[in-house]
Design a protein around this ligand. Structure first.
Ligand SMILES: [Cu+2]
Length: 502
């Protein structure tokens, strides 16, 4: 007999009314209760343990596992990570197993999993299984079901997966969440979804507040100026590659301070799932934008019938930018003043003189992010060499490329009209063309093969591409990807041999 979710909930109610009463927890001790709940819950569920089609999390690895009898054993290490979210832009984040977001966990409804969590952070952490129907002792709420995990400490979680859907794990320490500590937990259904999808992708939405010259997010700020999909800002994300005619499932997960209306070009999709699981087919109306609220996940599905290189992006205008910062001075300038002179000038953070001095001029305080090449080290932080224009010879090719001065983003070289400076409001999106071309090369990978030259100049923040390709072009990219894998994986840190699209 197949055990249903209702059976589980009824079981939980019985446990809740009896042995799991708060008094018992205090009297018996948490460790004893922990062990008892594990033993109690170990009863296997009668489900078919067939194979599932893996979800691909572009630019994020999957978490490997080992089997201990019938239990899938995963090992997560909470630790500081250095993550290149954009060519040359290496951040000090906190994540899991060297990645922020952490690696994706995949298992099947009915399976029993054990997750060993080690804390390599300098402070206590906790691990919450967001939305999981699991015993209270496994919930990971610090101070309630367990003590927070001390630095150097370990906590072992074990439970049976009662659900299906796009779930996630995250630190239940709020500021740590803002440093990147979340990962996807895909529960594949015991019975395959109908209809099946040929391509299935997970995308985690995050945001960071980064002051100029500082590679460490300010987790207390609400001024988010770097928005990421799977830990990369556009155009550094790996485009999603699908074959014309594929049914595609996209799973969006949001853990941040903002809601993200995710819009896709070229197709209508239906919302087939939330963080609560598969939604009834009767609710599947057509959409092309799905609002992914904080702490929510949304699955959307569509048949890729329209060939093209289509944008998928958050439609909040400020979420479609990199390195956004306040303007220094008014938004109109006297003729002849330089615009977009870089972050230091734009933020009024000058070594000499004032931001409003004639030689600096009130200027555009944001660029394509390539302007970060103007950042100068202002701290003794270990990453200052990587973000300075005088990047050391150990820097990766992309870092070195990003560290080349971009010529000051002079508006004289941009595609603007002669009287641009006399138009109130100018500049808004006036970027010079050559950095855009340069960016194509910096983020080049098999998945970008054949895109129109200059494409990368207009992909920023929470933007990526879904490329719906006719068979011959799809196969061409597939063979390039195979070649890359043979040569030892992707070039960018955090993606080596991982996040591969199968
Ligand atoms: Cu957004």
């Amino acid at each position: 007999m197949k055990r249903t979710r209702r059976d589980f909930l009824q079981g939980a109610a019985v446990i809740g009314a009896g042995t799991l009463a708060p008094g018992t927890l205090i009297a018996g001790g948490l460790a004893a209760e922990h062990a008892r709940v594990i033993a109690e819950e170990r009863r296997p569920l009668a489900v078919d343990r067939g194979e599932f089609r893996s979800v691909v999390t572009p630019d994020v690895p999957d978490l490997a596992f080992e089997m201990d009898g019938s239990v899938k054993v995963f090992h997560l290490v909470a630790e500081p990570v250095r993550q290149e979210i954009f060519p040359g832009k290496i951040l000090n984040l906190w994540g899991y197993n060297g990645s922020a977001p952490g690696p994706t966990i995949q298992a099947r409804q009915g399976e029993r999993v054990r997750i060993i969590v080690d804390n390599h952070l300098p402070e206590p952490t906790s691990m919450h299984w967001h939305g999981f129907d699991i015993p209270f002792a496994m919930d990971g709420g610090p101070g309630l079901s367990q003590d927070a995990i001390s630095p150097g400490g370990r906590y072992v979680y074990e439970f049976t997966l009662q659900q299906e859907g796009t779930l996630f794990y995250h630190s239940h320490m709020a500021m740590q969440e803002m440093m990147g500590m979340i990962g996807a937990f895909i529960m594949h259904p015991a019975e395959a979804y109908d209809p099946p999808a040929e391509k299935d992708f997970a995308i985690i939405l995050q945001e960071y507040a980064l002051l100029p010259n500082n590679p460490t997010p300010n987790s207390m700020s609400m001024e988010f100026n770097w928005l990421t999909l799977n830990g990369k800002s556009g155009p550094a994300n790996t485009p999603l590659i699908v074959r014309l005619g594929d049914r595609v499932r996209l799973r969006f997960i949001n853990l941040g301070m903002d809601h993200h209306p995710i819009h896709m070009h070229g197709h209508q999709f239906v919302i087939t799932g939330t963080e609560g699981g598969r939604q009834p087919r009767a609710t599947w109306g057509p959409n092309n934008t799905v609002l992914v609220g904080v702490a929510q996940s949304r699955n959307v599905e569509f048949v890729a019938t329209n060939p093209g290189d289509w944008m998928i992006h958050c439609h909040m205008p400020h979420h479609m930018m990199n390195q956004m910062a306040s303007m220094a001075g008014p938004m109109t300038r006297r003729a002849g003043m330089v615009a977009g002179a870089g972050m230091e000038e734009g933020m009024g953070m000058l070594r000499g003189g004032a931001a409003t001095a004639a030689e600096n001029g009130p200027s555009m305080g944001r660029g394509m992010g390539a302007g970060s090449a103007f950042e100068q080290p202002t701290t003794n932080g270990p990453l200052s060499a990587q973000t300075s224009p005088q990047a050391s010879s150990q820097a990766s090719p992309s870092q070195q490329a990003a560290a080349q001065p971009m010529g000051g983003m002079q508006m004289a070289q941009a595609d603007v009209s002669k009287d641009a400076n006399s138009v109130p409001g100018f500049p808004q999106d006036a970027f010079m063309e050559s950095p855009a071309m340069a960016m194509d090369a910096m983020v080049e990978k098999p998945e970008t093969h054949g895109l129109r030259p200059g494409w990368s100049g207009y992909m920023q923040g929470m933007m990526t591409l879904i490329r719906v390709l006719p068979p011959e072009r799809y196969d061409e990219i597939e063979s390039l990807r195979e070649k890359r894998q043979k040569n030892g994986g992707a070039a960018m840190p955090g993606t080596s041999g991982t996040g591969e699209q199968r």
